[in-house]
Design a protein around this ligand. Structure first.
Ligand code: FE
Length: 179
């Protein structure tokens, strides 16, 4: 009887456990910077501008060290193509940097990037813990038709995406090669 109850409680606890937010040593892999990075982006969490076309997308997550210590004050610099697959190389449209809050969290408000020739939709990002090395990588979207045909695509860099009332919400946690 007690054994059965114990088993039940253990199963209940298992069902309540959220998915692992960080696996020690599973460092987020780098992907090439590509030709469109521009240093000096404005500090902002929203890249949305009035009249901007595309499906609204909110990405949230945390930044961890390789030992899964949350990194407050980590720097993240995002840049991406617009819904038509175009980068703004003259200004800073759809470019912005931010720092993680006291619980190592970041939030990015943006739009779904479009495809451009040769590439599946992606969002570029650089991430750095204070005084750590810069990770340059890209985030991808589950189910995008060009994922498998894109040589830069990596399964480990897929966002977890769900539909919301206003568009889409995604999550991704970064694990840096930092102490
Ligand atoms: Fe790109």
């Amino acid at each position: 009887m007690f054994g059965l109850l114990g088993t039940f409680l253990a199963l209940f606890a298992l069902a309540q456990t959220p998915p692992a937010s960080c696996v020690a040593g599973q460092i987020t892999p780098p992907v090439t910077e590509g030709p469109f990075y521009k240093a000096g982006s404005p500090q902002r969490t929203s890249l949305l501008e009035p009249g901007m076309a595309g499906t609204k997308l909110t990405i949230t997550g945390q930044v961890f060290t390789r030992g899964c210590r949350p990194v407050a004050g980590a720097w993240l610099d995002f840049w991406q193509a617009d819904a038509q697959g175009k980068y703004d190389n003259a200004g800073y449209r759809l470019r912005g940097h931010q720092v993680t809050d006291g619980t190592a969290r970041y939030t990015l408000l943006t739009v779904m990037p479009g495809e451009y020739p040769g590439r599946t939709p992606h969002i570029h990002v650089k991430v750095r813990a204070p005084n750590g090395p810069v990770l340059t990588t890209q985030l991808y979207f589950p189910g995008a038709r060009q994922n498998q045909g894109d040589m830069l695509f990596r399964q480990e860099l897929l966002l977890q995406i769900r539909d919301t009332a206003t568009g889409k919400a995604g999550t991704f946690n970064f694990v840096l090669d930092s102490e």
